[in-house]
Design a protein around this ligand. Structure first.
Ligand SMILES: NC(=O)c1ccc[n+]([C@@H]2O[C@H](COP(=O)([O-])OP(=O)(O)OC[C@H]3O[C@@H](n4cnc5c(N)ncnc54)[C@H](O)[C@@H]3O)[C@@H](O)[C@H]2O)c1
Length: 332
């Protein structure tokens, strides 16, 4: 297939290499012209995916129109908060029957939209039925080293999901299908906020009990919001739900868990972010979730405490204590 990947961060670069090795014709778009040149010259993504060779057959470009012209599949791997601005110039571009696949994980601040909704807003001539997503426990650092990984892709039309499944799957990357786009995207976006909470408990010196509690009560919280937004309950027990939550809360690769850990050790959010080149989507998602849970009147105690710690300087120990002494209730 003729495929373009929009976004040359760690994930976009990894998926470009995977799609190329699955014998597709791949273009990789990078928003920064100088960095696009660096990637072309050195064939290595020093900032976001060091020590992994980018095959010379992958075309790297900063020209967005060139990147989307005459493509069968377009993969969007640009951090959520940049999507709207980055793709404005494609507002009137006629995508015809091109399939659009979101692999980013977040909720837009202000509009409170999921990525598939941002895409439908911005790319006016995309066929909305063709907007799909792919998510699950999949750190770029591991997929790029061909470590066995299993994810899920979703489109309301199962035939499109199957086509994406066949395009991405190989002996180290196995893709399941789903028709629940909202559920798959929500799990991927929200687990990043719970991962910040998990990191905070690591940094504050709490133990395995605390983290297991956060993960199980966290998926409960994610599901409560998901059901309200029309997602299917089973999706949250799958790869994009509990699967991604487990990896993000426990992995050394997770930037969101890392952000939490530094804050748990006493650093301020600004200091932590100033030292990071890579995006930690959970920080902006925490803001969106704070607004969304208020708007929909859904109780999301863990996400709310993360928001208060990140943006209102709340003491993590006090936040944990408040979670522990909430009114007692039934588990489900
Ligand atoms: N890295 C992973 O393992 C992984 C896995 C699954 C999903 N994701 C998701 O994929 C998305 C991309 O993450 P990543 O890890 O590839 O990012 P990254 O942190 O590796 O790279 C950041 C990217 O953002 C781009 N960027 C910076 N400022 C920009 C701007 N103003 N406008 C447009 N682009 C800008 C950079 O050029 C770079 O491509 C995120 O939503 C992330 O949650 C990442």
């Amino acid at each position: 297939m003729k495929i373009s990947v929009l976004g040359a961060g760690g994930w976009g670069t990894t998926l470009s290499i995977l799609l190329h090795s699955n014998e597709n014709d791949v273009i990789l778009w990078e928003f920064n012209p100088e960095y696009a040149k660096t990637l072309t010259d050195y064939r290595e993504n020093f900032y976001y995916l060091p020590k992994i060779k980018i095959p010379k057959e992958i075309q790297i470009t900063n020209d967005l129109v060139k990147a989307v012209t005459d493509r069968e599949l377009i993969v969007i791997a640009t951090p959520t908060q940049y999507i709207r601005d980055s793709f404005k110039e494609l507002e009137d571009f006629d995508f015809k029957d091109t399939i659009i696949l979101n692999v980013s994980k977040g909720i837009e601040i202000g509009t409170l939209k999921l990525v598939n909704e941002i895409i439908a807003d911005v790319l006016k001539k995309v066929n909305a039925d063709k907007i799909s997503c792919l998510s699950g426990p999949s750190h770029a650092e591991e997929v790029s080293r061909k470590i066995p990984t299993v994810v899920v892709c979703a489109n309301p039309d199962i035939e499109i999901a199957k086509m994406i499944q066949a395009t991405f799957s190989n002996d180290y990357f196995r893709v399941y299908t789903s028709t629940d786009v909202a559920g798959v995207e929500l799990g991927g976006a929200l687990k990043n906020v719970i991962a910040i909470a998990a990191g905070i408990t690591d940094g504050a010196g709490f133990g395995d009990n605390t983290k297991a509690a956060l993960m199980t009560r966290g998926i409960n919280e994610i599901m409560r919001l998901g059901l309200k937004l029309g997602a299917q309950k089973e999706t949250f027990f799958g790869l994009s739900g509990i699967g991604d939550l487990i990896v993000t809360c426990s992995s050394k690769h997770s930037r969101n868990r890392f952000v939490g850990e530094e804050i748990g050790k006493g650093k301020k959010l600004k200091e932590v972010l100033a030292d990071m080149k890579m995006v930690a989507e959970g920080v902006s998602t925490a803001k969106s979730i704070h607004q969304l849970s208020e708007k929909l009147k859904i109780e999301m105690p863990i996400c709310e405490q993360v928001y208060q710690i990140l943006f209102n300087d709340k003491d993590p120990i006090q936040a944990t204590n408040e979670l522990m002494v909430r009114a007692l209730k039934e588990e489900s």
